[in-house]
Design a binder for this molecule. Structure first.
Ligand code: SF4
Length: 246
């Protein structure tokens, strides 16, 4: 298995997104999970998964701070594809977090807030899976530039699949329009990257697409895709450096 996966890792770079998803369906079945923030890339993957009839679990990290448009999109996607998207919540609800750590933690310690509301719930959720699927693309940021289509995720200890790692933003939107995939209307209002309400703003013309995330902080990533540099037991490490997140 170890050697075959390493061989697959090399071969997977030549596969298109559907081929990689089909391989994952055969290899992992419902032990593979699609982690979806309902961004443009994620709705593309949900559509693809639906078309190939894969039985992957689909979940979203519901921080309790998502935009109303995002919650509405979850419902629209569920209705359109006849699926159920698992909402993975943090251990602390917003009120308890405020009591324990003070009001508006995201304004003072966004890393701590993301750790509790995103990274820890993801860590727990991924324990039930053998592989996870994400919509990260190499051109999204320098920290994602070295993403492989198939990686060993040493941080969470499972295989990670990035089926559209080599796609451009134009390809994403071409797919959405061609297949009439439901998407978050905030994308049409200047929000290329959408996370929690407290930490996402629209970007201005000419700004980096991720400038609207944690604006005013040096923070650019929430830690979901932080890559351990140590080689994993089955595959070479994911990226040579850096982190990425939805
Ligand atoms: S994006 Fe902001 S509100 Fe959401 S978990 Fe991270 S710090 Fe907290």
């Amino acid at each position: 298995m170890t050697e075959s996966l390493v061989r697959v890792q090399a071969a997977a770079e030549q596969w298109n997104a559907q081929e990689l998803l089909a391989w994952a369906a055969r290899e992992f079945g419902d032990k593979a999970a699609l982690a979806s923030s309902l961004g443009a890339e994620d709705v593309v993957l949900i559509d693809m998964v639906s078309r190939i009839g894969a039985s992957f679990a689909i979940f979203t990290l519901d921080t309790d701070f998502l935009f109303p448009e995002t919650y509405e999109l979850i419902s629209s996607i569920e209705e359109r594809y006849g699926i159920s998207i698992e909402r993975v919540h943090p251990q602390l609800n917003p009120e308890f977090q405020a009591r324990e750590f003070g009001e508006e933690l995201w304004k003072r310690q966004p890393d701590r807030c993301c750790q509790m509301r995103k990274v820890e719930p993801l860590t727990q959720r991924l324990k039930a899976s053998s592989a996870w699927i994400t919509g990260i693309r190499r051109e999204q940021s320098p920290t994602r530039a070295n993403a492989r289509k198939l990686e060993w995720d040493a941080k969470f200890g499972l295989v990670k699949l990035n089926p559209i790692a080599d796609w451009t933003e134009a390809q994403v939107w071409e797919y959405i329009r061609l297949h009439r995939v439901p998407y978050n209307p905030l994308h049409d209002r200047g929000y290329p990257s959408i996370g929690c309400t407290h930490c996402t703003r629209a970007v201005l013309p000419g700004e980096d697409p991720r400038a609207g995330r944690w604006s005013g902080f040096s923070k650019t990533e929430c830690g979901l895709h932080v890559v351990e540099t140590e080689a994993g037991p089955k595959l070479v490490p994911a990226h040579s450096a850096g982190a990425g997140e939805r």
